[in-house]
Ligand binder design. Structure first.
Ligand SMILES: [Fe+2]
Length: 286
């Protein structure tokens, strides 16, 4: 079974601007630049959680779901193949770029490239140090945060995530949003109908969770200092209870900079529906 959202990769036009915003505003650490210019961004004990490739799409290019080890990787591969999903085994180059042990890839019904992998490179011996003053990020076993993706056939994607990938539905949001989890983090992925989303990219936003409200407030100040546009004011969602604001990445899509998100108690959770997106705030600025 999938244990967490392990990594996410973007293809972008301006890697250098990404490096500035990710490190100086968001606080992620730069752990490496690959020979092709790929930027590796770190937020916890792992070598990286975000890969920024200089391939120019200004969009998400793949994401990686972590499983415990090699036998779980084989089980997931068998599970997808028996569901009629076309899978491709990872090449030595793909494994090397991601600094993991092994992976296989497939497309979800909306066409997003997803990978199942195990064995990420751990850097516990060099503790994470944020690139600017802050406490840090809540990640580790909860995964890197969450992504919200636009999809054409929302119902087909929901069935695929639950029945084939084995994710758990957390709840439904306003406007046909659906939220899925794979650990106590309220959601690691959410989907919305493509007609609802704004912007040119297929990803709506990436959420990263800071450890404190001060980290978030500092980030708001740094947006102004570094000329980064805020997309939404401070606010709070009623379902995951994350306090957050949204900033614009150099690729146009958002980063939801959050703190204090709820963790789900599996035993007592029941799927809920919400018809209001925000408890308060989140006024759209752009
Ligand atoms: Fe979000």
């Amino acid at each position: 079974m999938i244990t967490q959202l392990g990594y996410v990769a973007f293809g972008v036009k301006d890697v250098d601007r990404w490096e500035t915003v990710a490190s100086q505003v968001v606080g992620l650490a730069v752990s490496d630049r690959g020979s092709d210019g790929t930027l590796y961004l770190r937020m916890d004990q792992y070598h990286h959680r975000i890969l920024v490739h200089p391939s120019g799409e200004d969009d998400i290019v793949y994401l990686g779901w972590l499983v415990r080890g090699p036998s779980e990787l084989r089980q997931m591969r068998d599970r997808l193949v028996s569901a009629g999903v076309e899978v491709a085994d990872g090449t030595p180059e793909e494994v090397a770029v991601r600094k993991i042990r092994d992976l296989f890839s497939f497309r979800d019904p909306a066409g997003y490239r997803m990978e199942i992998f195990y064995g990420p490179l751990d850097r516990t011996h060099e503790p994470f140090r944020p690139a600017r003053a802050m406490e840090g990020f809540k990640a580790g076993r909860l995964g890197l945060g969450h992504v919200v993706l636009k999809v054409e056939d929302r119902d087909a994607v929901e069935r695929f995530y639950v029945d084939v990938l084995g994710l758990t539905l957390s709840d439904y949001g306003s406007g046909k949003l659906a939220f899925f989890r794979c650990n106590p983090r309220h959601h690691s992925i959410a989907i919305m109908p493509a007609t609802m989303g704004h912007g040119n990219s297929r990803i709506v936003h990436l959420m990263l969770e800071a450890l404190s409200l001060d980290d978030l407030g500092t980030s708001m100040d740094l947006c102004e200092q570094h000329g980064v546009k805020m997309l939404e004011t401070l606010g709070k969602h009623p379902n995951d209870l994350t306090t957050s604001f949204y900033l614009e990445t150099p690729s146009g899509f958002g980063i939801e900079y959050g703190t204090g998100g709820r963790e789900i108690d599996e035993v007592n959770w029941e799927v809920r529906s919400y018809d209001k997106r925000d408890l308060w705030g989140h006024k759209r600025l752009a």
